[in-house]
Structure formats: structure tokens, C-alpha cells
Design a protein around this ligand. Sequence first.
Ligand code: NI
Length: 175
Amino acid sequence: MAILKIARMGHPVLREAAAPIQDPTAPEIQRLIADMAETLADSGGVGLAAPQVHVPLRLLLFHVPASRSGTGQAMRLRALINPVLTPLSDEKVTGWEGCLSVPGLRAAVPRFAKIRLTALNADGAAVDEVLEGFPARVLQHEADHLDGRLYPSRVEDFSAFGFNEELERHPVELL
Ligand code: NI
């Protein structure tokens, strides 16, 4: 396993649409998943998409600590391959997001409240489930990476966008 270098905003790999993965069980994909898991653990983040480690493929990893799930229940680390997200209503919720590719900053970003996820898991098995709340937010953020989008392009209210240190000193209340 290896800790991979994370691309930062401005690198072209973060602006391109990633390609579908043909065989999730291929050894190079399994190695990439293992390396991304180690990289994510090292970073302290909750999600990581393959383009963020300079690999333009439709693969993302995420987990949700109990303290941030909203339900008190943790979600274990999982890999999702070729994920497709479908909003299940028009309702959007605004919440804070940061990104390992945009270090030091955070913003309030509107995301769909409830989504359906279809994907393959690391074993190549089909995933089909409904997600809400923070897990749904993380997934929408990571899936955006696969389409070459970073969260700043989703910000609607730039009064809630800034450096972590400043926002900790001068908290912005979200409506
Ligand atoms: Ni990100």
C-alpha cells in the first residue's frame, strides 16, 4: 500500500470527466482502492475520488464517522465504482463542505436531501440504496469529482465560504 499524492484545485485532472471502470476486480483497481484507503485514512477526510489521486476513473471511497452521520451511527469505509446518483426529490439542504483538493477552505453548499445510489462495490457486486443527510452530501461531493466538478462551483452564497481558521474565529450561522 502507498499514500498517494492528492491533486489540488487547478490541476487539470480535477476538471475532466473520469472514465468508467470495466473490471472492478482487476488487480490494478484493487491496488488503487487499497492505496486510496490508506491515503484517505492519512488525510483525515471522509471521502476521496480517484481523480483526486491523479487517476481519471469512476471510483470513490467514503466513510462517515458516528459523530458526523446525524444518526449517531457510523458508516464503514466503502469503495463505489461507476456510481450513479438520482435525486429522489427537489429538496436541497445546505451544509458545510471541505475538500482535500481545496485545502484550508470550507463553504456552505446546497445538495439534494435524498438520493438513490446505484454502483458496483469493490467485489463487483451491484449496490442499490437510498441515502439521506450527511452520507448523501458526501456522496454527491465525491460523485461531482468524477464529473470534473469541485464544490466551489456549487456555492450559491459566498458569504459562507472562507478559510477554516477564519470561520472558526467568526462563525457563520446557516439558515
Ligand atoms: Ni472533494
